[in-house]
Design a binder for this molecule. Structure first.
Ligand code: CTP
Ligand code: MG
Length: 181
């Protein structure tokens, strides 16, 4: 597979995992998942992890996967790139895994004394990818191994932090997010 094709496949396959966090920023608010409960001196997760943000984020990623499936034939034949088609289990696992990874990161942040909104370099940029890929592997192993070859995974690990930083800086400048990370 040519380098450009690998990048396109990686981006395409990860879009349903990239969108949920951004959708959650737009949709956030309402009841926090931890219901305000604490563990030790800190909140379990904090006010930044809400039911609505998680549900809307997951739904946004799943809808995007359906849209990508609907257009992959046309885009594939115009560009000549062999684009992945998401099977039903991956349509749910990729976005839900992204939200779950972000939630687990907040859990770790609170356990390590980081307040809501504090930066956790490295974890902030890759948490959602790791859990999203892990759930996708469990949910659709054959599709996962066929799609996420080593070169594709390498591209994912490189482009994800770049995209994450860029979109968060944009969201911050637009006043949608309180911090640029
Ligand atoms: N959000 C949400 N539910 C989620 C994830 C995010 O409602 N599961 C919304 C919240 O409004 C949150 C915003 O998106 O404040 C930004 O997300 P994020 O940066 O992940 O949360 P933080 O507020 O920075 O909190 P944390 O320190 O726990 O990451
Ligand atoms: Mg944050």
């Amino acid at each position: 597979m040519a380098v450009l094709e690998t990048i396109v496949v990686a981006f395409w396959a990860m879009l349903p995992a990239y969108v949920p966090n951004n959708a959650a920023v737009l949709a956030g608010g309402g009841r926090p998942i931890d219901g305000g409960r604490t563990w030790g001196d800190s909140r379990i997760l904090g006010d930044g992890k809400t039911w609505r943000g998680t549900a809307v984020g997951t739904a946004a990623g799943a809808v995007l996967a359906l849209v990508l499936n609907a257009i992959s034939g046309d885009v594939g034949s115009v560009t000549g790139v062999g684009l992945p088609v998401f099977p039903a289990p991956a349509i749910v696992a990729l976005p839900f895994g992204a939200m779950l990874g972000d939630i687990l990161a907040s859990f770790l942040k609170r356990r390590t004394g980081r307040e809501r909104g504090a930066a956790f370099p490295g974890v902030d940029q890759l948490d959602f990818v790791v859990v999203s890929l892990a759930l996708a592997f469990v949910a659709a192993p054959d599709w996962f191994l066929e799609t996420f070859t080593l070169p594709v995974l390498a591209v994912v690990v490189i482009i994800t932090p770049l995209l994450h930083v860029t979109t968060n800086v944009i969201a911050y400048k637009l006043g949608l997010k309180n911090e640029p990370w």
